[in-house]
Design a protein around this ligand. Sequence first.
Ligand SMILES: [Fe+2]
Ligand SMILES: [Fe+2]
Length: 391
Amino acid sequence: MRRERTSLMRDWAGICLVSLLCAVPCYGADDLAIIAGPYLQYPTETTMTVGWETNRPASTEAAQGPGAGVLTWVTGEDNQEFHTVTFEGLEPGGNYFYKVRSRSKKAGEVESELYTFQTAVAADAPFSFIMIGDTQSNPRNVAAQARKAWEQRPHFTVVVGDLVSDGRKKEQWNDHFFANMQPLISRVPLIPCLGNHDEDSRYYYDYFALPDPEYRYTFSYGNTAFFIIDTQRPVDPDSEQYTWLDGALAESTATWKIVCLHKAAYSSDENDFGDTTKERSGFGDHRLRALSALYEKHGVDIVWCGHIHSYERTYPMVQGKPVADGGVLYMITGGGGGGLEKAGPWRSPFTAKVYSGHHYCLVNVHGPALRIEAYTPAGYLFDFVEIRKGD
Ligand SMILES: [Fe+2]
Ligand SMILES: [Fe+2]
């Protein structure tokens, strides 16, 4: 039972002019350089994974410890451009320092500055995370939001797809995404989800070290389980992802269950589901509504989407209709940077809040209480909702 309490350049060596426009580092053409990261990913209570990319093959070395002077180095695979190290044997909710280093006989050595991370908190501890989507394009906006999100000091960040405008274009991952999501992703682990613009690109798989097959996976933090699926792949009841999600949800004993997927089953968008200047809207992607049977069967609390470049929160829903108690909350957080969209002229039967503007969400989870806050890049709160279980 749940009650709603609402509401209110890499090879652009030395082109420093570019770095005035977005956060692109400068270095000599022959120098070994870090061109993405370091960035944190997939935290657990006892491990943390760090990734980075160098401009040419080099060694993989990373160090962690409780203080700047007491770092323990770990060595990964040599002769790599995409580097991954997982620190193991850490304390739950522990506060650590880290740095990364790569070396090449031909190109020298590069070492990052000293950063920090925090392992996942224990199951009964409160925690906070950022939800953002569609960071594609508009690097300045992405940078502004990443700075604001970092100011919130969250435990991790989820990006619900369309990390870049064209996932096949390597420079967008470097110059748009990784360069501008700092300092957030060097301090706070990132949980990604594939969107249509990411094009199921090999770069997604190169950059991220996630449980196989990576386009869908589970992630647990505190008392909450996340189920990430790819809406560019089939999700109908005969699909592999549907069967997998059914099993993964059935196995979960988490207090809160959140499904993250890029495209939205329920949306008020003005032209994605019919051109509302001349025809009625279908109010969302009906292909995705078959998944609601799983959500309702297994007690999913929130289904979190992007794709529509605006914000929308539904009332809790059961069988396609708003309900007063229980039900599934459908969220759209697609205002991470891409060109904005807005709602059609009619209010949908399910909308609790709709907003057109860049934004991110902060979610606080404390036992049976979960609170969502939605912020503009300037830091203004424009929506919040608190849901609670067990009373
Ligand atoms: Fe998008
Ligand atoms: Fe999209």
